[in-house]
Design a protein around this ligand. Structure first.
Ligand code: ADP
Ligand code: GLC
Length: 490
């Protein structure tokens, strides 16, 4: 089976969040499962530099105000997976964040930038850009690539099966009505049953409406997307797609996240030899200027600092955390308000609270290795990868019971502890009181070393594998292809 993945991020070349981790791992897992997989990516500077051995496939005329566009085929570094690079200098050769200008505002031409990605993905899938390769399945990720599903649906000969994965329903790719006319789509789609969303043009709707299958990254979030609380105004559309919507959990790339051979951390350790974790904790405390105290439970956060992640609750619950004798380490970047609030919390509690602003991949590994607890108190969380990495590193996750967090962590209730199935701590309502209750539960458990050891061991034994996810995607692709074939015959 031939599969083309279209996305805007891929680890390690360009990453703003978990989407990149997924694109860095899933194509390889699908390849290992026997599929013929390629990627199509926008030619951001990091992609142009990182993709090896690029050869011109086709010059495409001036599109979306891009001037000349060149489509090249190269190889992903390491895995060697073939990658189509859409080189549109005028649209993509900009430094920094793929979506935002240096001042934090969205690039004014994002509609054209990501329409081009979708257009190229759709026309590659129609066999019109590379006569040597054409996919059976086009798998698009998030709003950035979603418009491909509309271009495929509008193409006179629809042969490719489309899958759209929602990694985050809150980012929808909404543009002014005027932008619609630049997309090269028929005006009949400019209605609420097409791409219109409250007078604007929604790229997300292109995926949700026109993909043959819609997936998201956990079964619980798949159900949540159909509700007003989590549906971001699109719950009706999600419900209307019925059984075409499903959830497949993300995995952990164990070539990158494995404490036994992680070169970023102070000393390696494993479930059989967990002692090294203590040294990683001491190293982290020293690096962050926290008191060198092996007995103080060290709570950590590695996160985008946005309202999604519920970190304002941590600030409100901080008095409880400190009263319990714990320490807090935060690594993140995001809204100026949250950054400032964490910085002032650290200033007020030197030696007990430490904050590192910014994005630092290597330090994220040291956080996982050094912390006793990793908190993910999200308001919503499609899957969440940090709690999966935390489990692997024996940092017990403390999470809100929502989305993929609910699907991947087992709360340390008395019963779960008795049956040795517990892997972390959970709370329900998105309130500081509920979070504080879970923090107290964690510190009480930490004070009982045998029980803590059991929790850590059970967590480290969890296996969220990309191999399993790839198998599920492959059967979904097969089912979707069968349906497309029978629809064509009918
Ligand atoms: P999201 O994609 O919503 O941000 P995920 O949990 O799926 O959440 O993925 C977050 C990814 O980004 C993880 O790989 C995590 O380690 C990484 N990450 C988040 N913030 C930082 C940071 N400040 N420095 C380094 N890595 C970070
Ligand atoms: C999104 C979600 C996160 C998920 C990631 C990868 O960024 O916020 O929950 O893990 O995508 O699928």
């Amino acid at each position: 089976m031939k599969i083309l993945h279209a996305a805007a991020e891929v680890f390690p070349l360009i990453k703003t969040g978990g989407l990149a981790d997924v694109l860095g791992a899933l194509p390889q897992a699908l390849t290992e499962a026997g599929a013929d997989v390629r990627l199509v990516l926008p030619g951001f500077p990091a992609i142009l530099q990182g993709v090896e051995n690029q050869k011109l496939v086709r010059e495409i005329g001036a599109m979306f105000g891009a001037g000349k566009v060149a489509l090249r085929l190269g190889r992903f570094p390491g895995s060697g997976i073939p990658v189509y690079v859409v080189d549109a200098p005028y649209l993509y050769r900009r430094p920094g964040n793929p979506y935002l200008a240096a001042d934090g505002s969205e690039w004014a031409d994002n509609a054209q930038r990501f329409a081009l990605l979708g257009w190229v993905a759709a026309h590659l899938s129609a066999g019109e850009l590379d006569e040597d390769w054409c996919p059976d399945v086009l798998h698009t990720h998030d709003w950035h690539a979603a418009l491909a599903c509309a271009y495929v649906a509008m193409h006179p000969v629809k042969s490719v099966t489309t899958v759209f994965t929602v990694h985050n329903l809150a980012y929808q790719g909404l543009f002014d009505e005027d932008d619609y006319h630049q997309l090269g789509l028929p005006s009949r789609l400019k209605t609420p049953v097409g791409l219109e969303f409250h007078g604007r043009t929604s790229f997300m709707k292109a995926g949700l409406t026109y993909a043959d299958r819609v997936t998201t990254v956990s079964p619980t979030y798949a159900a949540e997307m159909a509700t007003p609380v989590f549906g971001c105004g699109l719950e009706g559309l999600v419900r209307a797609r019925g059984a075409a919507v499903s959830g497949i959990l993300n995995g952990v790339d164990s070539a990158i996240w494995n404490p036994a051979n992680d070169t970023e951390i102070a000393v390696g350790y494993s479930p059989a030899q967990p002692k090294g974790k203590q040294r990683c904790k001491a190293a982290l405390q020293a690096a962050l200027g926290l008191q060198a105290d092996a007995k103080a439970p060290l709570f950590g956060i590695v996160s985008r600092l946005t309202s999604q992640k519920g970190l304002d609750l941590v600030l409100d619950a901080l008095p409880t955390l400190l009263a319990e004798g714990a320490q807090l380490a935060v690594q993140g970047s995001g809204t100026p308000e949250l950054e400032a609030a964490f910085v002032s919390a650290a200033a007020a509690h030197t030696g007990r609270v430490a904050v590192r602003l910014g994005y630092d991949e290597a330090f994220a590994h040291r956080m996982m290795a050094g912390c006793d607890v990793i908190m993910v108190p999200s308001r919503f969380e499609p899957c969440g990868l940090t709690q999966l990495y935390a489990l692997r590193y024996g940092a017990v996750p403390l999470v809100r019971r929502v989305g993929g967090l609910a699907d991947t962590v087992v709360d340390a209730t008395e019963e779960a502890l008795r049956h040795d199935t517990a892997t972390g701590f959970m709370f329900g309502p998105a309130t500081a009181t509920a979070l504080a209750g879970a923090i107290t539960h964690a510190t009480n458990t930490y004070a009982q070393p045998a029980m803590w050891h059991q929790l850590m061991q059970r967590g480290m034994a969890q296996h969220f594998s990309w191999g399993d996810a790839a198998k599920q995607y492959l059967s979904l692709y097969e089912a979707a292809m069968r349906d497309s074939a029978s629809a064509r015959q009918a």
